[in-house]
Design a protein around this ligand. Structure first.
Ligand code: KG4
Ligand code: ZN
Length: 349
């Protein structure tokens, strides 16, 4: 079963082909990606209308590239999948529209996929895929969640951010330091030259007794510190970046370990853009090793948004008998779509 997947929920256009034949973990045949980061950088963040227009221009050339790389023709595609939400409405509509039009033209079924399900299943495409059940730490630009994943389609929310996401904390702190968008990778690069103990920053909700996160206070503390530094900010920027990163990473690691303890599970999966962070990976690796926990990550290039995770999630859903293929080619998108609603809303699709 060949699945063609489209991702267009934010500022990356992703197209991919996976082979989800039989019951084996789907195999990535080809994927292509265009990041709009350079275009949005001038505005310090994603401009939704520009994002939609760019997706329109990129999606077909990327599709041709993927078909060529895989050596397949569109007639050989069995199912077309697209990100149905959450994300930017206009951006989502591009992927949904193209996927449904293509499926209609090919006479093949189409399946709308939850973006976060794509992220949390993405480590299945890595060289070291996980096994169910596991705890998932989902850390993207818009979401920070801990989930218990028992099987495909069974996601129990253990805790989540009550305000900013971890990626947002990286991005907003980076902006305060004058770093380009998206701040996460820039802040983490700068942090390599800094002293993480230089500034005492808060670790919000670290001892809250539950698995929720809060990062809005950290951003305010970074702002206060930056103001205090005034003219000396430039000279101390690396120290402030390192201290900020250490605060975010410490909270993510400790809450993840609390989730492992609470569930009694011995497998952790990390997914989403912040999962690319080197300090987070090294601290999780060290802590998990000590505790006999296996930790899995997506391949670095599949941490941030991509089409491969969407084609993969569609393939795994279909293999599990959960993929309610849309009976017609009419479609809607779901800019807000809590993962918990997934089963219910797909059943009604
Ligand atoms: O998963 P993703 O591509 O998009 C969403 O679905 O939101 O995540 C993007 C987020 C951004 O906030 C970005 O700054 C962050 O992931 N990010 C990082 C790193 N690479 C990407 N944050 C910290 N360190 C990184 N190396
Ligand atoms: Zn994402």
């Amino acid at each position: 079963m060949i699945v063609l997947g489209f991702e267009s929920s934010c500022d990356e256009t992703g197209v991919a082909l996976v082979d989800a034949s039989g019951t084996a973990i789907p195999r990535l045949l080809a994927h292509a990606l265009h990041s709009q980061i350079d275009m949005h950088q001038a505005y310090g963040g994603v401009v939704p209308e520009l994002a939609s227009r760019d997706h329109i221009q990129r999606v077909l050339p990327l599709t041709r590239e993927v078909m060529r790389t895989a050596g397949l023709t569109l007639a050989e595609v069995d199912v077309v999948a697209y990100t149905r939400g959450p994300g930017l409405a206009g951006a989502l509509l591009v992927g949904a529209g193209v996927a449904c039009a293509m499926a209609a033209a090919l006479g093949k079924p189409v399946l709308g996929v939850h973006h976060l399900e794509g992220h949390l299943l993405s480590p299945f495409l890595s060289a070291d895929p996980p096994e169910f059940p596991f705890v998932a730490l989902l850390v993207s630009g818009g979401h920070t969640q801990l989930m218990q994943v028992d099987r495909v389609g069974s996601y129990t929310l253990l805790g989540e951010s009550i305000d900013d996401a971890a990626g947002e904390a990286f991005d907003k702190s980076a902006k305060l330091m004058g770093l380009p968008y998206p701040g996460g990778p820039h802040l983490s690069k700068l942090a390599q030259q800094g002293d993480a103990a230089a500034f005492k920053l808060p670790r919000p909700l670290l001892h809250s007794g539950n698995l929720d996160f809060s990062f809005a206070g950290l951003k305010t503390a970074v702002l206060t510190q930056a103001k205090k530094l005034g003219d000396t900010l430039q000279a101390r920027k690396a120290d402030l970046a390192a201290s900020t990163q250490a605060a975010i990473v410490e909270v993510l690691v400790k809450k993840s370990m609390a989730a492992m303890q609470q569930t009694g599970l011995k497998r952790l999966v990390v997914a989403g853009g912040v999962g690319a962070n080197a300090l987070l990976r090294s601290q999780l690796n060290a802590t998990c090793l000590q505790r006999g926990i296996r930790v899995h990550y997506p391949e670095l290039e599949l941490c941030t948004d991509n089409g491969a995770m969407i084609a993969l999630a569609a393939g795994m859903r279909l293999q599990a008998g959960l993929g309610n293929l849309q009976p017609s080619y009419t479609f809607d998108v779901k800019p807000r779509w809590p993962l918990g609603e997934l089963q219910e809303s797909l059943a009604h699709a």
